[in-house]
Design a protein around this ligand. Structure first.
Ligand SMILES: Cc1cc2nc3c(=O)[nH]c(=O)nc-3n(C[C@H](O)[C@H](O)[C@H](O)COP(=O)(O)OP(=O)(O)OC[C@H]3O[C@@H](n4cnc5c(N)ncnc54)[C@H](O)[C@@H]3O)c2cc1C
Length: 373
């Protein structure tokens, strides 16, 4: 039976950062992973054309934290990549996030947001940033496709992920201090991070619990409801079905790596990715053809396809009940994007994992519970 002092379930960023930090401090660690590869959601691979593709959707690394940047660059070199996104509106590629100049051009210089007051749902929150005509072109149907429900049933908090740009700055995060993509890819980064630590691949902990044991602490980074056999019901997720199209005679098909297709009239997909834009130009240039991927939202049943926690109160409340169960179980820490039922950018997942690992190393009596915030 594989045993260790610290058993870590899941080799994504959360599990791997904790594993690395504990192993560096001399602790006995074992990682088990359901998939046949390490890296979790940030895994990437190379298409037969030589184009590098992020297996589970595009990943743009960025952080303002020197600590997080120093940590990741220990394992891999990054090239500078600052994502610029476009949205297809009336046949034109417009900036995303929305530029105030676009609103001024189409509505007038004295435009005002449609909604005043305290928003109680996503639609109101979005309308508190912009006029209705703009909301309807850029936001409403995109989110209805993404979540599969009317926009006024979604949480207002979702709006925290975008704004209206006062200037015409096309970069997604112009103020972020460190930005890039690992030169040899995310899979290489993750393999380097976890190097020297025992990892069992193709090991579904939920099916093989009795085959392994932690002497000190079990750290579970999979879906929290699955760990408790869905005793209180299932948490709802959305995923993306990805369709890849290789165009052998086209060098570049779109102006940037990601073009959003927000309207129902664009079809059910919400965005098209062109991976060559996300490669170092010197690596992408000699490759003939281009690879496009369209992403179409759906509701997955297989936990391996869970991507976005569903942003509504019903699921938030159900998660809180599972959280109590997890925190009441001794020597068990449930964390990470699936364990905390929360969207984390990569740098947030790393920063959080570093904090959790330090608590474990300090023998904090609450190390098997999540810190607040
Ligand atoms: C579509 C998409 C795009 C994203 N783009 C960006 C981006 O551009 N920039 C950014 O900063 N962040 C991005 N993110 C966020 C990023 O993917 C997360 O921050 C990161 O994946 C969190 O890592 P994690 O280890 O918490 O979870 P995961 O990567 O999901 O790792 C969990 C691991 O646990 C394993 N596991 C689950 N259950 C079991 C089990 N029963 N037994 C064994 N193993 C199990 C899984 O197979 C998986 O490997 C994106 C996320 C999504 C969904």
């Amino acid at each position: 039976m594989p045993k260790a002092d610290y058993l870590i379930i899941g080799s994504g960023l959360t599990g791997s950062v904790i594993a690395r930090t504990l192993a560096d401090a001399g602790r006995d660690v074992l990682v088990v992973e359901r998939r046949d590869h390490v890296g979790g959601n940030v895994h990437d691979h190379t298409h037969t054309s030589g184009i590098h593709i992020h297996t589970y959707g595009p990943h743009y690394f960025r952080t303002n934290s020197d600590r997080v940047w120093d940590f990741v660059t220990r394992f891999a070199e990054f090239f500078k990549y600052e994502a610029s996104l476009k949205t297809l509106v009336d046949g034109q590629h417009e900036n995303w996030p929305i530029a105030a100049s676009y609103i001024a051009k189409h509505i007038g210089n004295d435009w005002k947001p449609e909604f005043t007051g305290t928003p109680t749902n996503f639609e109101q929150a979005a309308l508190s940033l912009m006029p209705r005509g703009i909301y309807e072109k850029f936001i409403k149907e995109y989110n209805e496709k993404q979540w599969g429900v009317p926009a006024d049933t979604l949480s207002a908090d979702l709006c925290k992920r975008f704004d209206v740009r006062a200037d015409d700055e096309p970069r997604l995060k112009p103020d972020c201090k460190h930005q890039g993509i690992p030169l040899q890819g995310y899979t290489h980064l993750m393999q380097q991070m976890i190097q020297g630590i025992p990892v069992e691949l193709n090991f579904d902990y939920l099916k093989r619990r009795s085959e392994t044991q932690a002497r000190e602490l079990t750290i579970f980074t999979g879906p929290i409801d699955s760990l408790f056999d869905y005793e209180l019901g299932k948490l709802h997720y959305r995923g993306q079905q990805r369709k890849h199209t290789f165009l052998p005679d086209t060098h570049n098909a779109q102006p940037c790596g990601q073009v959003n297709t927000p309207m129902h009239s664009h079809g059910p997909s919400i965005r098209t990715l062109e991976w060559k834009h996300m490669m170092l130009p010197a690596q992408a240039q000699p490759i003939s053809g281009t690879l496009l991927t369209t992403e179409t939202p759906f509701t997955p049943n297989d936990p391996g396809e869970y991507e976005y926690p569903f942003p509504d109160n019903t699921n938030a409340q159900l998660y809180r009940r599972y959280r109590e169960m997890a925190d009441d179980t001794e020597r068990l820490l449930v964390c990470g994007r699936l364990g905390e039922y929360r969207y984390f950018d990569m740098d947030q997942a790393i920063a959080r994992a570093l904090i959790l690992a330090q608590r474990i190393l300090r023998h904090d009596p609450n190390a098997d519970r999540l810190p607040n915030g």
